[in-house]
Design a protein around this ligand. Structure first.
Ligand code: DX5
Ligand code: ZN
Length: 225
């Protein structure tokens, strides 16, 4: 899968949403990351159906949904998921991962699974044929502005090696949690899809600085290609 830069919308100042969307379109980010939290799977509530409907009508940028919810198979059909959007659901949230992935495929979106930092990669063994990406959480899901869990860097490397051995370059590795500060290390480890949250990215309200930071991350991606 191609390498992607994806701002995390929960970190965008809601009162300046339109300005941010215009900037993201202008600087050419690849998708917008949407954190959906249900207050059960994670101890927080975030971005709902109406907000996503607004975003889907306000921009043609693809949306990268991250469902941190219990029983995602019940909730995914509520969302205005478009063809070409990306959808990650946590394997820890459901006993029916395959059914939940089916719900994503039915929408014409890119099916992906997300893993908490403590969930081993072996859970993917039965899923490789059904997915086009794996979102590796590099912090515990639920909040922006935490500290990266160091062991997750080795996990990115190990998944990268497994995918290379299987010849599955079509499966992308997404990283989420303190990505900005650790961008170069994550890229070297084999990550390809980068969620840019409060870490060295959306912690500023200076849009020129944000444009410069986006260009800086893009240069790092291009240098690695
Ligand atoms: C955390 C969310 C992230 C969040 C990352 O549970 O999934 O998308 O925005 O924010 P930072 O980059 O601040 O860790
Ligand atoms: Zn996320």
């Amino acid at each position: 899968m191609k390498k992607m830069l994806m701002p995390s919308m929960m970190c965008v100042d809601i009162l300046r949403l339109r300005e941010h969307l215009d900037l993201f379109e202008k600087v050419g980010v690849d998708a917008l990351h949407i954190d959906v939290m249900d207050g059960h799977f994670v101890p927080n509530l975030q971005l709902g159906v109406d907000y996503c409907r607004y975003l889907a009508s306000a921009t043609d940028l693809p949306l990268d949904y991250h469902f941190m919810v219990e029983e995602p198979e019940k909730i995914i059909p509520w969302f205005p998921i478009r063809k070409g959007d990306l959808v990650s659901l946590h394997v820890e949230g459901t006993g029916h991962v395959c059914r939940a992935l089916d719900a994503v495929v039915k929408k014409g979106a890119v099916p992906m699974v997300a893993l908490n930092p403590g969930t081993p990669l072996s859970v993917l063994d039965e899923l490789y044929d059904m997915i086009r990406g794996v979102l590796l959480m590099t912090v515990n899901p639920g909040y922006a502005g935490q500290t990266m869990i160091e062991s997750t860097l080795g996990k990115i490397e190990r998944l990268h090696a497994i995918l290379a051995e299987k010849g599955r370059t079509d499966i992308g590795i997404e990283v989420d949690g303190q990505v900005g500060k650790n961008f170069a290390r994550m890229l070297r480890a084999g990550a390809g899809l980068f969620v840019l949250g409060s870490s060295d990215y959306l912690d500023t309200d200076d849009l020129d600085l944000l444009a410069a930071r986006t260009a800086g991350y893009r240069r790092l991606l291009e240098a690695e290609a």
